[in-house]
Design a protein. Structure first.
Lengths: 297, 298
């Protein structure tokens, strides 16, 4: 397969079964300060890169002063068809920042998690985003590297030339790196790393790495795919706009339902009005979104 | 067979307005949604005379056993609803109830007349948690405002008019009585309770609008008491809601005089919650019946 083969897009083949379902936790492991929680889904389709699930632990939900109450929207980081015993293994990268993510991180093998999904749209191949674009630059930061791991594998399978730029605080906080490079600790050649203290890779920010690529001659032949904290996404969006490079950004927003019911995940449109990130996203083209802000992300 | 104002329902469980977008849900889940539609009637999100974009984020905030929302009634407006949404909602396998809000009696009357005239529409719910721009009063907080509004709307249609009561008033039963005097067929309660929260990260109100409405199991005891007090005052049909997440919760509302119940926030957690609550409720009612003391010997 070559880069001319477009990535599959959401449709009947990847449609979420109606309702939530209980899945068994296959494993939970530490990953540089984050956790990778793997579930076995026996009912749902294989998700596409960028799609997410609503997750709620069967045990421990509501255990902290009546929270967590709502399920949490989490992007899928990796999948494996034909998991032991059938079904699809879904890997989620989680940062225990609140009662919901803490309960999910605490789930151990054999414990159950409610899931609804796969939900939302997915990343498009470079030529669908920009005719004439052949390659891809993936830019991830923090726990937001998750959906880029699955996207990167799809690009590899399809022969889409790509580079991966990842940013972390420091070597000790480089969660999810193993999703790209395996557990050996060695960096694979197409992955470049920036850490704020320089303890691994280049000292600085991942957007410094992106700038050096965008300033190069072949920038316009690539499409930038990015997910990470709002300030990083905004820097990526602005850099791409300045250099005339197309981009797709996977955003995050407070979300109660994930299927268009709650209208909570409103993201302002540049011309006024709002998108619902759960059904109009989570992947948005650079032009679909104005300034990416903490106010809604 | 349960019924609401003459509308026959397959179960006593419908949805709360603004908590389920059946058009979006169908695009997400496909026609499986229609094969096992979770509610026995569908109540639309509130429509207003003109389109609304909704409130600035942040719009939702999780609370103990509940959530705050400040969504701001985003909708396509009357014309957009009639042209684009109503034909698609008519494809649902259940009766359709359309929720309407306006800030003048004239606008309200026009919306009611235009919507009720459509054969796809079984009943109208009136969202009165809004100001009357002429009096400045929140209609649903005031019995005489509510009565006067119903008097203006009643001549517009013979279809059932359901008044969605706000809980943010000292005497919801008095407002229900005003609705009854004005000619309403039913009341639905409760709407969300006014509330707010502070974002610990910023030290300022968490919601973009400064405050919002509380829903979820946290409000259930308040909702139950309001249903009880309204039932004691009026003979109207009652749609009871507020934090229902199980059949046992629904049974409490029915025990206090609700005619049917509505599921709202729980659908965010479980898109099929309506079906689950209906199935659990049937089991609850069956076991209550079988364990009830026999009053008559055949």
């Amino acid at each position: 397969m070559t880069d001319s083969a477009p990535l599959p897009r959401p449709g009947a083949a990847s449609r979420a079964p109606f309702g939530r379902r209980l899945c068994t936790t296959a494993s939970s492991r530490d990953s540089g300060g984050y956790r990778v929680v793997s579930l076995v889904d026996r009912e749902g389709p294989e998700p596409l890169p960028g799609q997410f699930y609503m997750l709620a632990a069967e045990d421990g939900w509501g255990a902290e002063d009546g929270r967590a109450f709502l399920p949490r929207a989490i992007s899928v980081a990796e999948t494996r068809v034909g998991a032991a015993g059938g079904g699809i293994r879904l890997d989620f990268l989680l940062d225990a920042v609140g009662p919901g993510t803490r309960a999910l991180c605490d789930a151990r093998a054999g414990e159950k998690i409610w899931i609804t999904g796969p939900l939302g749209n997915s990343f498009a191949s470079p030529r669908e985003v920009a005719p004439g674009a052949a390659g891809a630059v993936l830019v991830g930061g923090g726990v937001g590297v998750a959906p880029l791991a699955l996207l990167r594998r799809r690009f590899s399978e399809r022969g889409v030339p790509h580079r991966v730029l990842l940013g972390f605080r420091d070597r000790a906080h480089s969660g999810g790196l193993d999703l790209f490079c395996g557990s050996s600790g060695a960096l694979c050649p197409e992955v470049r790393l920036a850490t704020e203290d320089g303890s691994q890779g280049v000292q600085g920010r991942v957007t410094d790495l992106l700038l050096s690529i965008l300033a190069g001659d072949d920038a316009e032949s690539g499409v930038v795919y990015s997910c990470g904290p709002p300030a990083m996404l905004e820097a990526v969006r602005a850099l791409c706009a300045d250099h005339g490079v197309a981009c797709e950004l996977a955003l995050e927003s407070p979300m109660a339902c994930g299927f268009g019911a709650c209208f909570g995940c409103a993201v302002p449109k540049p011309g006024g009005g709002y998108l619902r990130l759960c059904v109009d996203g989570p992947v948005l083209r650079g032009g679909q979104v104005g300034e990416v802000s903490h106010a809604y992300a | 067979m349960p019924e609401l104002c003459g509308i026959e329902l397959s179960t006593p469980v419908i949805n709360a307005s603004g908590t389920y977008d059946a058009i979006a849900a169908r695009s997400v889940f496909g026609d499986e949604l229609l094969d096992d539609f979770p509610f026995s009637a569908f109540v639309s999100k509130t429509i207003t005379p003109e389109p609304r974009a909704g409130n600035a984020p942040r719009r939702i905030w999780e609370t103990p056993s509940g959530m705050l929302n400040s969504i701001g009634l985003p909708n396509k407006g009357l014309e957009g609803f009639l042209a684009e949404d109503l034909p698609r909602l008519a494809e649902l396998p259940v009766p359709l109830i359309v929720s309407i809000m306006a800030t003048t009696r004239e606008d309200f009357a026009n919306c009611v007349e235009r919507v009720a005239r459509r054969p796809e529409v079984a009943a109208i719910e009136l969202n009165v948690s809004c100001p009357n721009v002429h009096s400045g009063l929140i209609v649903g907080e005031n019995p005489s405002e509510t009565e006067a509004l119903l008097e203006a709307l009643r001549p517009q249609t013979e279809k059932p008019l359901i008044v969605k009561l706000t809980p943010n008033t000292a005497a919801p039963a008095a407002v229900a009585a005003g609705a009854e005097r004005g000619g309403a067929d039913a009341v639905s309660l409760i709407n969300t309770l006014k509330g707010t929260a502070v974002d610990p990260a910023s030290g300022v109100p968490a919601l973009g609008n400064g405050y919002g409405g509380l829903s979820g199991p946290a409000v259930r005891p308040v909702a139950l008491e309001q249903v009880r007090s309204v039932r004691a005052r009026v003979g109207l049909s009652i749609v009871g809601m507020g934090g229902i997440s199980s059949g046992a919760d629904a049974a409490e509302f029915l025990a206090l005089g609700a005619t049917v119940v509505a599921v709202g926030t729980e659908s965010f957690r479980d898109p099929r919650a309506g079906s689950r609550v209906a199935a659990e409720l049937e089991c609850t009612l069956l076991s209550e019946r079988s364990s009830a003391p026999a009053l008559h010997l055949d």
